[in-house]
Ligand binder design. Structure first.
Ligand SMILES: C[S@@+](CC[C@H](N)C(=O)[O-])C[C@H]1O[C@@H](n2cnc3c(N)ncnc32)[C@H](O)[C@@H]1O
Length: 202
């Protein structure tokens, strides 16, 4: 899934992933004191703009220029355009406009595990000591036991693989855990297994 795929997916007036912050991002990070943050693969900017509204300087780094344009439209709508920065780049090699930052968020960056390791390593390099890393994905277990999300195991981390990945980095892991991320569908609520990870840069 490359830039053309994501540009095409986002080429609609609707916000494909809604304008609402991800619930796990909100639950885990709402109480942090505002500073500078990177939303890696922030797409249409629902999480980037959430942080900007809370007083953060927030940078959305994403492959999709269409997604980033929508992020800026949302930022304008919410009157936080001055707090939002966009960088069109690969998550594997990006140069941040705000680094070093106090928070790095990576929400649903669904790429092969070897690439994900490079991207998270790059993100962590851009976080100040004492800063926070937070990630959220559809869990590998969702393939068998849950609804939705990518159907390719290569794109799905498990608690074991994510723990192993984060353990290689200068991080103190707070948690790597599976949660019930049930989703509303036309047929009602369906179980969905979400992996979240949080760590502090040392
Ligand atoms: C499932 S969407 C999630 C978007 C956003 N984080 C959210 O939660 O709404 C995945 C995003 O990853 C981006 N993406 C995929 N591969 C990427 C890469 N190699 N570098 C940067 N962004 C990438 C896509 O453009 C897309 O915006």
């Amino acid at each position: 899934m490359n830039k053309a795929f994501w540009d095409e997916k986002y080429s609609t007036d609707e916000y494909v992933y809604t304008k609402d912050v991800n619930r796990f991002v909100k639950e885990s990070l709402s109480d942090l004191a505002p500073g500078k943050m990177i939303d890696l693969a922030g797409g249409e900017g629902r999480n980037t703009v959430f942080f900007a509204e809370k007083g953060w300087q927030a940078e959305n780094v994403d492959l999709s220029s269409v997604g980033l344009e929508k992020c800026l439209v949302l930022a304008k709508e919410r009157a936080v355009l001055d707090k939002v920065f966009t960088t069109q780049a690969s998550a594997l090699v990006f140069e941040s406009k705000l680094a070093p930052v106090d928070l790095g968020v990576c929400a649903y960056l669904q790429i092969p595990q070897a690439d994900l390791e490079v991207a998270i390593t790059r993100l962590v390099e851009n976080i100040s000591p004492g800063g926070v890393f937070f990630g959220v994905w559809h869990a590998l277990e969702n393939l068998e036991e849950g609804f939705g999300g990518p159907q390719d195991p290569e794109l799905l981390p498990s608690t074991e693989s994510m723990t192993a990945l984060l353990s290689k980095l200068p991080l103190e892991i707070s948690f790597v855990t599976n949660r019930d991320g049930q989703v509303q569908t036309k047929e009602g609520l369906k179980p969905s297994i979400t992996l979240t990870a949080m760590a502090i840069k040392v």
